[in-house]
Design a protein around this ligand. Structure first.
Ligand code: BGC
Length: 508
């Protein structure tokens, strides 16, 4: 990005100032990054003056060099993002023809009108919670509400339950929650891949997020497995609809906003559902469906399983490589490993571990609390980035890492690392939506106009500035690709898994 004369003069002055202390340098770098002046311009100017002071303090020079390396490694240049979008479009097209794991067509070909109404039972099997709720679709003014719900934490013990053990656990929680309303129709939002074989059934596939429920049950019918587990608990329950959580998000948002064509989940995991013309997929992808389905369907909602895309096209840093190497399933979900809540904290931790050894972070001592894999939670990064000052961020960090020796300078480094990692993630999410939009636009052959992405998940909802940064990247990508004034807008879809599960039942 080229700088205006005024900005250049300001930077010249600041660069003279910046020779004085590293702290000012860090502050200027992050301040200017926030107001969207190219990081490189600032880094280049400031680096030329920083070396005189950094040499005085052991580890400082290495630290500023490391920070510069991180800035370069995580930079998201728009031109790179645009060419990544083209590569992802190719990958999407191939998967729409052949992949058994991604671009999975649902049975939902109709989006809700907003007039649907009634009371439904909804289950949400998420990455860290299982919820059972009673949902009312009110029909008038397209409103939906959760009448009651029970939430159960899915801790590591539950994640390790193998095969039917997990479904028996689920059934015991359902039994606890639904007394008196068993007769209602039930929809399920499932936050894992599923190969749908009807609106109420689908084959269980590989599960990420540390779950073992699929062990021994690959290919089994999810609807039957759940109904049978409920029967073992004496419950007579029948499943009316199963949808992936990204599809649920699309449906829930479409219930209130008619321009919705995408559903984005970005929490523990990542995924996007998109409504595309049926002609985008090969006939093999639909498996055996009743001819009535094909006669009625012009469009279909597809669960992209975005997490598994990207492969060798995605930007890769040495910390991404390390994360992948240490992962129980290397290469399984490359996109997810770069953007989702389960991994952002771990990428940051790997960088901090290196900075401790090579750049004197925390006085060169790695606190025990950061030694184990995944011990730095993305939630902490999010809280630190919302803190109003460095010292407030430092307090939050120290509360979770009581033995760490943290200077203000260390803290600035940590928050800069968090910002760079999440900015890259926001850029990558924007790329994936741009690529899916392009694909849809090419296939629809009509002007797309203003479309909406229903969004849900802790990162897109709660991480400070994430949604805004993602929208900004999207707007720039649309500007650069001359999209003829088409736009795609991110919109939060509250309680989308539960509401979407209910909408899926009624859309049947
Ligand atoms: C799963 C998807 C799910 C997404 C968001 C991914 O890890 O594979 O099926 O939609 O997480 O929950």
């Amino acid at each position: 990005m080229s700088l205006s004369k005024g900005s250049q003069a300001l930077l010249d002055m600041l660069s003279r100032l910046a020779g004085t202390t590293i702290a000012i340098r860090c502050f200027l770098t992050s301040f200017f990054a926030r107001v969207f002046i190219s990081h490189h311009a600032i880094v280049a100017i400031l680096s030329s003056t920083a070396s005189t002071t950094s040499a005085d303090i052991p580890g400082r020079k290495a630290r500023s060099q490391l920070q510069e390396e991180i800035e370069i490694a995580f930079e998201t240049k728009l031109s790179d993002l645009l060419s990544l979008s083209a590569k992802m479009q190719d990958q999407f097209k191939t998967a729409l023809q052949d992949s058994p794991h991604c671009m999975l067509p649902s049975y939902n070909y109709q989006l809700p009108s907003g007039h649907e109404h009634g009371k439904y039972l909804a289950l949400d099997v998420g990455g860290s919670t299982f919820r059972v709720a009673l949902v009312e679709l009110q029909g008038t003014s397209a409103r939906a509400r959760i009448m009651s719900q029970r939430t159960y934490k899915i801790n590591d013990h539950v994640k390790r339950l193998v095969g039917l053990e997990f479904f028996d656990w689920m059934a015991s929680k359902i039994a606890e929650s639904i007394e008196g309303v068993e007769q209602l129709k039930m929809g399920i939002a499932w936050s894992f891949p599923i190969n749908q074989t009807s609106l109420r059934s689908g084959e269980i596939q590989g599960m990420g997020k540390g779950f073992c429920a699929n062990h021994g049950l690959l290919g089994a019918d999810l609807g039957n497995v759940i109904e049978e587990a409920c029967q073992r608990k004496g419950l007579k329950i029948s499943v009316s609809a199963i949808v992936n959580d990204s599809t649920a998000t699309l449906l829930a948002n479409a219930y209130t906003t008619s321009s919705t064509r995408f559903g984005l989940i970005l929490g523990t995991g990542v995924n996007v559902a998109v409504q595309v013309p049926v002609s985008c997929l090969s006939s093999r992808k639909f498996g055996r469906r009743p001819s009535g389905w094909h006669e009625a369907a012009t469009y279909v909602v597809v669960n992209t399983e975005l997490s598994m895309f990207g492969g060798s096209s995605l930007p890769v840093t040495r910390w991404d490589k390390q994360l992948d190497r240490n992962h129980a399933r290397p290469g399984f979900q490359p996109f997810e490993y770069r953007v989702s809540g389960r991994y952002l904290g771990e990428i940051a931790r790997l960088i901090l571990v290196e900075a401790v050894t090579d750049a004197g972070l925390f006085d060169g001592l790695l606190p025990e609390s950061l030694m184990a894999q995944y011990s730095l939670e993305t939630e902490l990064l999010s809280k630190m980035q919302s803190a109003h000052s460095v010292s407030a961020a430092k307090e939050l960090f120290e509360a979770c890492n009581p033995t760490a020796s943290v200077s203000v300078d260390d803290m600035t480094f940590v928050t800069t690392v968090a910002r760079l990692i999440t900015q890259r993630a926001a850029g990558l999410i924007a790329v994936s939506l741009h690529a899916l939009w392009s694909l849809r636009a090419q296939a629809s052959k009509t002007k797309e106009g203003r479309l909406t992405v229903g969004c849900n998940g802790s990162i897109i909802q709660l991480y400070p500035g994430f949604k805004e940064s993602c929208q900004e990247h999207l707007d720039r990508l649309f500007e650069m690709s001359n999209s003829d004034h088409d736009t795609v807008t991110l919109e939060m879809a509250e309680e989308s898994s539960l509401i979407g599960a209910a909408v899926a039942v009624v859309c049947a």
